[in-house]
Design a protein around this ligand. Structure first.
Ligand code: SAJ
Length: 406
């Protein structure tokens, strides 16, 4: 039996996946409303394939509760928020999960941390707390770091097929956890030490951030000298060893835009490309604003309330708005032009910004300039509805004549 702590974007699909593969699972979350919702048979967020997986897990007896249970293995998938100003991780949820586990766990239990943590967190914060409680690591309790790698939008498939990293203090413990994940994971499972596992996870997301920053810098260079960045990247990528990602309105989400800061914070002076990449990606929402401003000048447009941003989420076909480029753009707006932009996103039902629309046609009727910030399937399928509008396409999905690109 395993107890999964934290039933959010990572914990829930992971818990369901184990249960669907005949592992006895208890899912724990301190949010009673969320637990009640799961117990009433409803999933808590949209994700391809999650409904079917949920039904399988329920028929295999998965339980959801607000309590911690006594089991041999715990998997911790709680959030690790970071401080926007000092860019440091706040490990409070991971720490409180570990403390609660120590209250109930049997001797020799294994605690697997799946949450992304900045390199060194387990040594710096978790081991001291465990020791302070009088637990001997390796005997009374074992710590493992097994960072997740799944991507929102394709989580279920990736849970099964991605390879994984398991960081453990001993190969024996690593092997036990490898065997556990092999219940559903068909990818390679590599066993290493905990610090290497922590660092590798952050390096993976940093690599992607730097690659996107390169694409964004190329977009700016090409715009300044009237070259087509998309065509250039397309051709360059035909080289067998080149794989440049796509430019866009910025980098959002809770991972790629956050993790590189851990390295910058911990290794100032050494993390130079990493810092430059972060700055370039963070500059993109304001760059989009600048483009809007220039296009308005070009077209003799003065009324900002006739400008509409399509998309509020951090990427296509998800309902997650954390650190989204559109939110970053709206935040930086006051520095440049007066507010008043209209915003619409089919996935965001709650009212989270001013002038937010919930109907695509109504939104389109009330704007003259549409800025495509997110390439949701909805707009890809209905691109013809944009005919007659002034369009700024930051995602390169629209081939209506006269469309402005990034
Ligand atoms: N983006 C671009 N250009 C691109 C690709 C992405 O501008 O060519 C932007 C997206 O629009 C988005 C942001 O980058 O705003 C991040 O999106 P993403 O789809 O690249 O990644 P995430 O944040 O959804 O998930 C990432 C994944 N990490 C890697 O690919 C290395 C995932 O595997 C991790 O599990 C996840 O972070 C995590 O939790 O760390």
């Amino acid at each position: 039996m395993i107890n999964i702590i934290g039933l959010g974007y990572i914990g829930l699909p992971t818990a369901l996946m184990f249960a669907a593969h005949n592992v006895k699972v208890i899912g724990t979350d301190y949010n009673k409303e969320l637990v009640d919702m799961l117990n009433s048979g409803k999933t808590t967020f949209e994700e391809e394939g999650i409904e079917e997986l949920f039904r399988e897990a329920v028929s295999n007896g998965i339980e959801f509760t607000t309590e911690y249970k006594s089991t041999d293995v715990y998997i911790v998938a709680v959030p690790t928020p970071y401080d926007k100003f000092n860019k440091k991780i706040d490990p409070k949820y991971v720490l409180s999960a570990v403390i609660n586990i120590m209250e109930v766990c049997p001797k020799g239990a294994i605690v697997v941390i799946e949450s992304t943590v900045s390199p060194g967190t387990i040594d710096k914060f978790i081991r001291p707390i465990v020791n302070a409680k009088g637990f001997e690591i390796g005997k009374d309790i074992n710590l493992v770091h097994a960072p997740e790698r799944i991507i929102p939008g394709n989580m279920i498939h990736e849970l099964k097929h991605n390879s994984r990293t398991i960081g453990a203090d001993s190969v024996a413990v690593g092997n036990k956890i490898k065997k556990l994940y092999s219940a559903f994971c068909q990818g390679d499972i590599v066993i290493t030490d905990i610090r290497t596992a922590e660092m590798t996870k952050v390096v993976e997301n940093t690599y992607r951030d730097i690659n996107i920053a390169f694409a964004n810098e190329l977009a700016k260079i090409c715009r300044s000298d009237n070259m087509d960045v998309y065509e250039i990247i397309r051709i360059a990528n035909m080289h067998p060893r080149v794989n440049i990602l796509q430019p866009g309105p910025g980098v959002g989400g809770h991972c790629i835009s956050v993790d590189p800061w851990f390295l910058v914070g911990d290794y100032p002076g050494l993390a130079n490309i990493i810092l430059a990449a972060r700055k370039i990606n963070d500059s993109m929402p304001e760059y989009v604003l600048e483009r809007v401003h220039n296009i308005m000048k070009d077209k003799g447009m003065h009324d900002l309330t006739r400008v509409g941003l399509y998309g509020l989420t951090y990427k296509e076909n998800v309902d997650d708005v954390r650190e989204s480029p559109t939110l970053q753009l709206l935040e930086s707006m006051e520095k440049h032009i007066a507010p008043g932009l209209k915003v619409y996103d089919p996935f965001v039902k709650r009212e989270i910004v001013m002038n937010q629309y919930h109907d695509f046609d109504k939104f389109l009727n009330e704007v003259d300039l549409v800025v495509i910030m997110v390439a949701h399937d909805e707009i890809r399928k209905n691109i013809d509805k944009l005919k007659g509008k002034i369009i700024l396409d930051t995602k390169n999905i629209c081939n209506i004549e006269g469309t402005y690109k990034l």
